[in-house]
Design a protein around this ligand. Structure first.
Ligand code: NAD
Length: 483
């Protein structure tokens, strides 16, 4: 039976104020698996009112008690680990192992939430003048919200929610309407947890719900993760409405391979980076820059391995790569591949028109490699967000650095080399937020800040780690004298 989703507001599952719904489609089978409400301004307003009403009492709840909820939340998530991974596969199309990795990473953010009592600290200086002490007290701020993307439907909302609420704020999540089911189960578990009503709220929907979040006068801050044009819109709209904002955008991640690199290890890492999650990771390597003599062995080996990747339904444990998110995404990706060829690239491996036996309607694109790509081509400049790897050549390390830094994005970049000198230069000079040295996917763990540069990030404080504590709290300065 097709699941009819509801919002979770003020501790209850509630119908949307509008009857309009969007179909949630399993991208491998093309079946409709749920109907998600198109949340309205009114729905968002109800959620914000519930969160605002819960705030004063929640911020007065001892921080150790707030953190204790995370221990129980973790246990509930662990108990449903495999169900959560299955739901991620069904709504997103990635493989089961990739979904398990996502669930593990999401739970690590809940682990981080447990440590906030020892991290959410102010500071004090005695005797700033005779008998006068000065303190910076760290305080929660009110209602925060997240607007999140389809590609990590379980993990991304958890980058924010645990830290936000343990810091003493209340919360609203607006997930992607393409993948709302992981949050559905997460909120069922949050409901079981018995948090006070209104501390956590879930409003489904698309553009209208997002705009309502950005413009609502009682939301103090918004965390956004998604494509760059929407990240910019969120940044500007939230700033106009006086909110804190961190908006993580799209990417075009370069991987530079030096001739001295361990070729076998480099190829394995590049495969995982380019084709893991069918290339739908904001940290996916999508351009390889082969320096000097590394080109021929690298290209041959990448093409050979990519051609042998088993593409299939994520629930089939033997699949090594799943689908892209939708039929529209497949069309867009395939037309970008065609455009690459029209602009002069060579198709070393063509993944268009993939048909998987038993899943003929599925949105599959097989691994694709475009060779002879140059900096002026669309496939070198724009985010494709699919299993498409472009190969470029550079004569020297200097030329490669110039190419990487010419991108308008700056989410991640990797270098494969045996040289400490080049590694140091790369870390120092590349203008990206996440750098991998002999690592293909430089994904920050929960206690480190995560975010890019240039058009990959709009804001000041990144997600996760100490930045998240700064984002979700304010410091009030108290100057004190007693007679
Ligand atoms: P998206 O920008 O289409 O959607 C993200 C969110 O914004 C969704 O909740 C969506 O409902 C909402 N939204 C979409 N259009 C809107 C509009 N016009 N007005 C208001 N809200 C709107 O992104 P997506 O396709 O879901 O996700 C893929 C993108 O996310 C890629 O570009 C990827 O690189 C990026 N991403 C970035 C990071 C990061 O950390 N930088 C992480 C994951 C994904």
């Amino acid at each position: 039976m097709v699941q009819q989703l509801k919002h979770y507001i003020g501790g209850e599952w509630v119908e949307s104020t509008s009857p309009a719904t969007t179909s949630v489609i399993n991208p491998a089978t093309c079946e409709v698996i749920a109907q998600v409400p198109e949340g309205t301004r009114e729905d968002v307003d109800k959620a914000v009112k519930a969160a605002a009403a819960a705030y004063e009492e929640w911020r007065m709840t001892p921080i150790l008690s707030r953190a204790q909820y995370m221990y129980r939340f973790k246990a509930l998530l662990e108990g449903r680990f495999e169900d959560l991974a299955r739901i991620v596969v069904e709504e997103n199309g990635k493989t089961r192992d990739e979904a398990r990795g996502e669930v593990r990473r999401g739970i690590e953010s809940v682990d981080y939430g447990m440590h906030i009592p020892s991290l959410m600290r102010g500071f004090k200086v005695e005797d700033i003048s005779s008998g006068i002490d000065e303190t910076a007290e760290r305080q929660p701020m009110g209602v925060f919200a997240a607007i999140t993307p389809f590609n990590f439907p379980f993990m991304v909302p958890l980058w924010f929610l645990p830290t936000a609420i343990v810091c003493g704020n209340t919360y609203v999540v607006k997930p992607s309407p393409q993948t709302p089911l992981s949050m559905q189960l997460v909120y069922e578990l949050l409901d079981e947890l018995g948090l006070p009503e209104g501390v956590v709220n879930l409003v489904h929907g698309g553009k209208e719900a997002s705009m309502a979040v950005m413009e609502h006068p009682d939301i103090v801050g918004v965390s956004f993760v998604g494509s760059s044009p929407i990240a910019k819109l969120v940044y500007e709209t939230c700033a106009k409405h006086g909110k804190r904002v961190q908006a993580q955008g799209g990417a075009k991640n370069y991987i530079v391979v030096m001739p001295d690199a361990d070729m076998n290890a480099s190829v394995l890492n590049i495969m995982g980076s380019a084709f893991g999650c069918a290339g739908q990771r904001c940290l996916a390597g999508s351009v390889v820059v082969a320096v000097g003599d590394s080109y021929a062995p690298l290209k041959d080996e990448l093409v050979k391995r990519a051609a042998s990747l088993r593409v299939g339904y994520g629930m089939d444990e033997s699949s090594q790569m799943g689908t892209v998110i939708s039929a529209q995404a497949r069309e867009r990706i395939e037309s970008m591949i065609t455009q690459g060829v029209q602009e002069g690239a060579t198709l070393a491996l063509d993944g268009r028109g993939a048909k998987i036996s038993g899943f003929e309607e599925g949105s599959f694109v097989s691994p694709t490699i475009l060779d002879g790509v140059t900096a002026d081509m669309t496939v070198a400049r724009d985010e494709i967000f699919g299993p498409v790897l472009a190969i470029m050549q550079a004569d020297t390390f200097e030329d490669a650095v110039k190419l990487v830094n010419s991108s308008r994005y700056g989410n991640a970049a990797s270098l494969f080399t045996a040289s400490g000198k080049y590694a140091r230069e790369f870390k120092y000079r590349i203008n990206a937020g996440n750098i991998g040295i002999n690592v293909g996917v430089a994904a920050a763990t929960a206690s480190f800040p995560f975010g890019g540069k240039k058009e990959s990030f709009y804001g000041d404080l990144h997600g996760q780690g100490p930045d998240a504590i700064e984002f979700f709290t304010d410091r009030k300065v108290v100057i004190e004298r007693w007679f």
